[in-house]
Design a protein around this ligand. Sequence first.
Ligand SMILES: Cc1cc2nc3c(=O)[nH]c(=O)nc-3n(C[C@H](O)[C@H](O)[C@H](O)COP(=O)(O)OP(=O)(O)OC[C@H]3O[C@@H](n4cnc5c(N)ncnc54)[C@H](O)[C@@H]3O)c2cc1C
Length: 404
Amino acid sequence: MMSQPRPRVVVIGGGYAGAAAAGRMSRKAAVTVINPRPHFVERTRLHQFAVGNHHASGDYRTLLGKGTELLVDTVTRIESRMRTVHLATGDSVGYDYLIYAVGSTATRRATVPGVEEFAYPVAEFEHAERLRHALNTLDAEAVITVVGAGLTGLETAGELAEQGRRVRLVCSGVIGPVLTGRARRATHERLSNLHVEVHENARVVRVGPDELALGDGTVLPSAVTVWTAGFGVPQLARASGFRTDTLGRILTDETLTSIDDDRVIAAGDCAAPSGDPVRMACQSALPMGLTAADTVLSRIAGEEPATLDLGFNGIGISLGRRSGVVQFHERDDTPKDRAFAGRIALSIKDLGLKAAMAGLRVEALRPGTVALPGGGRHPSDTQARTADPAHAATEDSAPFSDTR
Ligand SMILES: Cc1cc2nc3c(=O)[nH]c(=O)nc-3n(C[C@H](O)[C@H](O)[C@H](O)COP(=O)(O)OP(=O)(O)OC[C@H]3O[C@@H](n4cnc5c(N)ncnc54)[C@H](O)[C@@H]3O)c2cc1C
């Protein structure tokens, strides 16, 4: 008797969520991952890549499950009626199920004059590569300004300053808005030891090729301006006719299934389950990728998919290669007033990043092995949640540079 062909699953985006999902499904479906680059990008290390102390890349041969096809291309449109995705090269690919895992990126920064032309984001590999080139040709004494003091801004400033660069950190509020008093004090102390000049409550209103202007009229010299203030998501889902939240994250139910199409399942930074998204982080993207894969596998098996149960443990910040800050959280991601700083904090943070990569490798090798860190988002809470887009977080309230 002829065996049935395996269901075809297309995964858009080979980041933490997409790679985890591909690994999980690899033995039970014909999986194709579509990603613009032939290598995995460890986005959590892009600030390190920019300053030249990490490659921030991974080898898909060890990160995607056996038999998974990698298509190096960009999806330009999802035609859900035809179960087809269209690619930048002009090709198209059909699917039985689609996993939407396109991640996040820098927001459009056109609201502040000069940012698009002169500032350097670090949200994507190519951004960090551009910044790295700029730093390589920069005078050692030149002032570098990091705009935005969410976690990405803090980490970037710490990395640059530890290399002996002259660094200024400018933010419109306080540094690390998600940090509790203890963690913020430790961060201030470390930045001060690294001689980072911190400007809080300062809004940048214009960026030029070698300066920037603040709202109070001050003009500061800046040979390189790094822009980490605000992140957004690719607009592919919205442009393809799916309902999204205000940021453009695709709206799903708690099984991560699109509220518009039960063949489309989303995971990671680009998903808004019940319009109430979890924080954008590799810490959430990886388990969401596994949950998305479980949803697809349940549907293939004709079973009811389980709902997302995702638990957090805290936030880790590296402030250079010699020190960091760790802040503990409840499983539901509420910060506790417990934090510690120094070399051990950095090691814990680094261990977390290594564990994420190890998790992807293990799942690729032995699908179904990696357990979900649960206990944070319970099925019983889901009734309280709503798929009403008006309920969803706004762009201002959810920039992941401030929340991961
Ligand atoms: C500098 C920096 C440091 C960070 N540090 C941490 C940290 O310490 N801890 C933490 O938890 N989080 C951290 N984050 C956040 C974390 O990296 C993201 O939350 C995480 O990468 C999200 O995973 P993802 O799989 O959803 O998306 P991504 O990892 O962004 O992967 C999405 C993939 O989809 C691809 N893609 C996009 N559009 C398309 C398309 N149309 N067609 C095909 N492919 C597409 C992208 O190119 C990318 O490869 C950091 C982020 C940055 C920028």
